[in-house]
Design a protein around this ligand. Structure first.
Ligand SMILES: [Zn+2]
Length: 376
């Protein structure tokens, strides 16, 4: 299954993983090859392996069902498990994930997202994001995948990801209306050594599928998110639930700040932290002007919007080319980073609108809890 349609996986964690591995076999094999090649060019193989093993032990101890899911994906894709997890979980060994802490001037290559309450006839909180990345080893447009996960031990959810090799998705909405999108943040809050299994934590990207499977509300999700340390990715995470609650979480290895949406006209995440406590842990304006320009442009467009945002309004915001098209525009076109695709979530009932390409060039496809797709 390599088309831009919906993958449907069901059953227990291992079965879901195995089905995913089978459906996305070519994408996953290419991703594992690409990632391993890039990691090996950056650091010693022994370090990559010991880093990955620390994550395997931590995930197996804290969230054993996630580890079962990873085993299933490897088996379904026909990839030997050690090779699979070395690529899927060995990434922090390479400094490219932490350009700020590594002292590099290379900017990170992350996403833009926003949350906004509908204010006309529609109800609930709308979440949307552009998925931006471009470097070797990181997602490319053909990695983008839309899934519906139907666990026999939890809630059903729709999700979207550029990481076919990890369980669940990096953005999603479940049958109870809990939804999340996020953007990566390069942060200095990372340990110097990733090989200590007692200190690596579970990466938030991977944890999100467990949150969508088991939580109905933001407060339930925060029980998982508050658990530190938190893997290897800094993130601006936007959440909404059916009670009308919405929030932005600034997340790093050992720090967390939660801003509730009540009273705000919108919340925005790009590639830096805004809170007083966490801002010093992320790139400054001079280090990464794109992140600040994208946040200001999204704020200006969302301030100008009135009433409900229709899907075409969302696509138009995500396709904005002010300051570009370039690395500085919302829809990014550059050698540094590119917008690969987009996603938008609405509840009542849960819907996922996906663009499998740049929002300036692609039309959205809508999936819901009843959409047909490639099931096994
Ligand atoms: Zn564009």
């Amino acid at each position: 299954m390599e088309t831009n349609s919906l993958c449907i996986v069901s059953g227990n964690a291992y079965e879901r993983g195995r089905q995913r591995g089978g459906l996305l076999k070519a994408k996953i094999a290419a991703k594992i090859d690409r990632t391993l090649g890039h990691l090996m060019s950056q650091c010693p193989e022994a370090l990559i392996r010991s880093t990955a093993e620390a994550f395997v032990k931590t995930i197996g101890s804290d969230y054993p069902k996630i580890l079962e899911g990873l085993r299933g994906i490897a088996d379904g894709a026909g990839i030997e498990f050690e090779r699979f997890y070395t690529a899927a979980l060995g990434r922090p060994a390479a400094t490219f994930l932490n350009p700020i802490s590594a002292g590099s001037s290379r900017p990170s290559e992350e996403c833009s997202c926003f949350a906004r309450p509908q204010s006309g006839d529609r109800s609930g909180i709308l979440l949307a994001k552009n998925a931006d990345l471009a470097s070797v080893g990181d997602p490319i447009a053909s990695d983008l995948t839309a899934l519906r996960v139907e666990p026999n031990d939890g809630y059903r959810f729709l999700c979207y990801t550029g990481f076919p090799e990890w369980p669940g998705g990096t953005e999603g909405i479940n049958e109870h209306g809990l939804a999340m999108v996020g953007s990566g943040v390069s942060t200095s809050d990372v340990p110097s050594d990733w090989t200590d299994e007692t200190r690596v934590g579970v990466p938030l990207h991977i944890l999100q599928s467990e949150i969508l499977r088991t939580c109905r509300t933001i407060d339930e999700a925060l029980v998982h998110i508050r658990r530190s340390p938190r893997g290897f990715l800094g993130r601006d995470l936007l959440l909404a639930d059916r009670t009308g609650a919405w929030a932005k979480c600034e997340v790093s290895f050992d720090h967390l700040e939660v801003e509730r949406g009540g009273g705000c006209p919108y919340l925005i995440g790009t590639s830096h932290y805004q809170s007083e406590r966490m801002a010093p842990l992320s790139p400054t304006r001079s280090q990464y002007p794109s992140s600040y320009l994208r946040m200001e442009r999204l704020a200006a467009m969302l301030s100008d919007a009135s009433g409900d945002l229709e899907l075409e309004d969302v696509r138009s915001i995500l396709a904005d080319h002010r300051h570009g098209p370039s690395n500085e525009s919302i829809c990014r076109h550059s050698d540094v980073s590119n917008t690969l695709g987009s996603v938008c979530f609405e509840d009542a009932p849960p819907q996922m609108h996906v663009l499998f390409g740049r929002p300036c060039e692609t039309r959205p496809v809508t999936f819901d809890m009843d959409s047909t797709g490639e099931a096994v």
